[in-house]
Write a new protein. Sequence first.
Lengths: 485, 97
Amino acid sequence: MEPFHLTIFESQALLKKKSLSAKELTESVLKRIEATQPKLNTFITLCEESALCCAKEVDEKRARGEALSPLAGIPISLKDIFLTRGMKTTCSSRILSDFIPPYDATVVDRLKKNDVVLVGKANMDEFAMGSSNENSYFGPVKNPWDLERTPGGSSGGSAVSVSAGQCLGSFGTDTGGSVRLPAALCSVVGLKPTYGRISRYGVIAFASSLDQVGPLGKTVQDVALLLEAVAGYDSFDSTSHPIPVPSYQTALKKDLKGLTMGIPDEYFREGIDPEVLKAVHTAIDQLQKLGAKRVKISLPHSSYAIPVYYLICTAEASSNLARYDGVQYGFRATASTLAEMYLKTRGEGFGREVKRRIMLGTFVLSSGYYDAYYKKASQVRTLIQKDFTEAFKQCDVIVTPASPTTAFKLGEKTENPLEMYLTDIFTTSVNLAGLPALVLPCGFDQKQLPIGLQLIGPHFKEERLFQMGHAYESATDWHTRKPSL
Amino acid sequence: MKISPQEVERLAKLAWLKLDPEEVKRYSQELSSILDYVETLNQLDTSQVSPTYHVVPQKSHLRKDEIGRSLSQEEFLSMVPAHEEGAVKVPKIIDIE
C-alpha cells in the first residue's frame, strides 16, 4: 500500500518502528498531490519545500531518541482560513488574494509544536460562506468520487485532501455545517467540536457566535488525535473554554452498553433522498446491535434553524467583514478619494455570495428592522437550544443524517441561493446550540456517492461521540473505501 | 418583504459596497425572496422568550494586563498596501483648494 493511503494511527506505528520515515511519508503525499491537484483543485497554496524540511527534522529528532508527539511527521492540510506566518492566507477571496499574515493562528502554533508537517492551504468557499465550494476566487473543488459533483462546502478542500490521500488529516471551520457537510459528501470523518473547545485566535472570522474549528480525518481515532492536539483554553481567545481536555483515546475503548441514542422524528421526514434514509436507518440498527438503546425524541423547532441561521450569520458577517477596507492589508482598488477607495475595494474584492450576505446582514441590523429580524432570530435560537436540552434528558447522543442528499452536481444550485442554503438543513441547529457533532461515513448510494451519519452530543461530550463513532467504524468498513482517481 | 432596488442601493452605501446596476437588480430579487422565506419565524410567539447571544455559558476571563507579544512596525508595514515614512498611506481625505 502506498504510504499516502495510511491513517494517522497506522503511520504513527510505522514511524515509531522506523519502518517508514516522515520524509518517505511526506514524499508519498506530495507525489499524490502532484498527480491529483490538476483534477481536484484542492489547494490554493502548496509548501513542498518546508514540508520536506519539517519531515527531515522529525526524522532527525526520532533518530536522536527525542520524545515525539503522536502527530510528529504527519502530513496535514489546513483550510485557507487559518493564519500562517509568512505563508499566503487568502480565505478564497480576491480581497485577501496576496495576504501574507505576520503571525500564526493558535491552532497552527499548537500543530507546529506537535511537529506536524503542513503540506498546503486548502481551497474553500470565500470567507467560509457556501455549501458547495463553488464560491471560491480560485475556482471550485471537485468531489473525488465524481469529478462533476461538489465536495460540499465550505471546507471542501480540507475534506477532499483527506479523501484523496493528499494528506492524512486536515482542519477546517464549521459555522453551519462547513466541516460536516463536506465530510459526508466525500466519505471522511469530520468533527464540529463544542463552541469554545478550540481557540479561534488567528482564524478569519465569519460569524463569531457560531464559528468553530474542526478536524477532518480518515477515521474517528485520527480525528480524536487531531482534536486532542489543538483543543483547550487559549488566553488569546476569550471565547475559548477553560474546561480541561480529556484523553479522547481512552473513550474509544469503551463499548456502547448503557448509551441511549435519540432519533428525532423531524430529521427523518419527506424531502430526504430515500437512499440516504435507508443507509442511516441501517446504521442506527447496527448501533443498536452494538449495545446502544434507542428512543424516539422530538426537536420541534428544527424547521426554523435555517431562517434563524441565515439571519444571525449574515448579521455577524456584515460586522466582521467591515474590517476589509483596503487600508491596512489585503487588496486595495485604485481611487482618488478615501470613500471611493472603500467602495471600490469592497465592491471588487468580495465575491457574489459574500456581498449578498453582507447586504442581508446590514439589512437585518439596520435601524427599524433589528427587532423584527435579528432579535426575533436570537429568540427562536433560544427555543432551538431548549429543544436539545430537553432531548438530552432522554438520550446521550442524537443520531441523524448529515445531509438530505448525496453530492449534487457543480452548478446545480448556484443560481438559487435559497435552495443552496437548504443543503445545511441537518447541520445548522448544532451551531445555533453550540453543540459538538461528528459526521462519519455510513454507506454509498447507487451512483457510488458517499452518505454520512451525524452524531450530536451535549456540550463538551466529544468523548461520547468518539466512543459511538469508533464502535460503529470498528463494525463496518465504509471508511476504508477509497475513490478511484 | 420586498427589497426595492433603491433599498439595495441604500444598504450598499451603508455596507460600503460599490455595486453595478446588474448586481442591484439581482440583489433586490434575491434579498426579497430570502426575507419572504424567513417570515416563517413569525409563526412563533416569542414575546416571552429571551434572546440567546452566548451559547455556551461561561465567565468572561480577561488575561493579566502584561505586555505580551506584538508586531513590530516593520512586520506590520509588510502587510500594508501603501506606506510612507512608517505610516499607512491612503488617498486624500480633505480637499484643500
